[in-house]
Design a binder for this molecule. Structure first.
Ligand code: ADP
Ligand code: ASP
Ligand code: MG
Length: 426
């Protein structure tokens, strides 16, 4: 029996009952003969509440201090979980990210893991302990300051530790039974996916399916670490994310669907730079200003310039959380870039259709747009990759659009309604 890393999300440890339930599950895994390392998130919506609190005292909280604050959330749950396990008669020790050897770069609020040195975890395991690690946090190699890995970052902690400890599997426990063909909170008829390749999961994750974080899937693919996404509230087998197609219980390989699913994202905003001179170097200056503020952009569209004025508009989308900083840095660059004005719109949603089968099946784009038009949804921006089509629409249209696309591609399940066991969807 090998080493297993289990990650429990905030909804799984939302209250004392949840912590005790999870503790029993961990102890059962240990009793099965596994070495167990647990990565735990902050309880329920603690992280959101701490961010709200920070914003009440400072509109743009200092990155270093925000990280200090947010890591407290995971400290609470790791200590409580270790206590709950001990009271079941098993040995457990909790560790902060820094103690667990999670070494990152120095970018506060979205640090990248650059190394994992889990010596203390290995020692704890060798002594027969269950090791509990605070997710979502690390320590900067250069500044030695505490960092966080960005929202949902406990998934990445879990996969990084699993890779460093050469675990058999990384289990991600959450409040739904696995990865579905759409968010079960929006599409009741979403279907659970039994197996999905890293490639498709990466696209779903980067398109807003927050059941797994994009960076965690990237990490898993790099180290070929299989992920099993499942519910901490049920005993059901979840979704396997891996490179190799698993064999079915009845024999034969599992097949990958042509379309893996529909993702949506309401966490982005759209910035339009109005009246940009249509000459070489303008776009470069705009996006340099954004990049210098460590902001990642998603879609970009440039309009055809009006012949009379020689001016054009450039729109792009970015995480809403970076919206203020983006506007700030563009305002500062205004004199150099020479645009007329800026427009900021956070009432947008992105809807994406993902599937490796898109490469070889013509007509997918047409059917996607037909489904949206059938639902009366207007499209504002479009972007594609080899295995994804995304559009930006009004935020109000998002649920209807996702359901229409899900039905149009035959993804609706005939039988079970997808169960959401907990969480607030925040
Ligand atoms: P945790 O607290 O366990 O980290 P998250 O809230 O981060 O949980 O992720 C689980 C949630 O992801 C689900 O409750 C569900 O609403 C959402 N979700 C979005 N897209 C999907 C999808 N395709 N399959 C499953 N869940 C999804
Ligand atoms: N608690 C952090 C968050 O809410 C990290 C995580 O849950 O993965 O984003
Ligand atoms: Mg999560």
């Amino acid at each position: 029996m090998g080493l297993v890393v289990q990650k429990y999300g905030g909804s799984s440890v939302a209250d004392a009952e949840g912590i005790k339930r999870v503790a029993r599950r961990i102890v059962d895994t240990k009793k099965d003969g596994h070495e167990v390392v647990v990565v735990v998130s902050a309880m329920g919506d603690t992280t959101d509440e701490l961010i709200d609190l920070a914003e009440q005292v400072s509109p743009i909280p200092a990155g270093r201090e925000l990280d200090m604050l947010l890591t407290a959330g995971e400290r609470i749950s790791m200590a409580l979980l270790a206590m709950a396990i001990k009271s079941l008669g098993h040995e457990a020790q909790s560790f902060t990210g820094s103690q667990a050897g999670v070494i990152t770069d120095s970018v506060h609020n979205k640090a990248r893991i650059i190394d994992v040195t889990p010596g203390r975890i290995r020692n704890a395991l060798d002594k027969g302990n269950i090791a509990i690690v605070a997710g979502f946090q690390g320590v900067s190699q250069d500044s030695k300051d505490i960092t966080t890995l960005g929202r949902g970052g406990s998934d990445t902690t879990a996969v990084a530790l699993a890779a460093a400890l050469d675990a058999e599997v990384c289990e991600i426990y959450t409040d739904v039974d696995g990865v579905f063909t759409a968010d079960p909170r929006v599409v009741k008829k979403a279907r659970k996916i039994d197996w999905i390749a890293y490639e498709d999961m990466l696209e779903l994750a980067s398109s807003g399916s927050k059941v797994l974080l994009h960076r965690c899937v990237e990490y898993a693919r790099r180290y070929n670490m299989p992920i099993h996404v499942r519910s901490s509230f049920s005993g059901h087998v979840g979704t396997w994310v891996s490179n190799e197609k698993p064999t079915k219980p009845e024999g034969g390989e599992m097949e990958q669907a042509i379309i893996s699913g529909v993702a949506h994202d309401t966490s982005e905003a759209k910035v339009t730079v109005v009246g940009v001179p249509d000459k070489p170097g303008e776009a470069a200056r705009i996006f340099r200003a954004i990049a210098d503020s460590e902001i990642n952009i998603d879609m970009v569209v440039q309009n055809v310039s009006a012949a009379a004025t020689g001016l054009t508009d450039i729109s792009f989308t970015l995480p809403m959380a970076d919206g203020h900083r983006a506007i700030d840095s563009l305002e500062k660059a205004k004199a150099v870039v020479g645009f007329e004005s800026l427009r900021y719109d956070d009432q947008i949603a992105k809807i994406s259709l993902v599937g490796a089968g898109m490469r070889s099946n013509p007509g997918v784009t047409a059917a996607f747009f037909e489904a949206l038009s059938g639902a009366g949804v207007n499209i504002e921006l479009i972007s594609t990759s080899e295995i994804r089509i995304s559009v930006v629409t009004r935020a109000d249209d998002v649920n209807e659009a996702v359901r229409a696309v899900h039905t149009a591609f035959g993804l609706d399940s005939e039988s079970d309604e997808a169960v959401v066991y907990g969480g607030t969807g925040r």
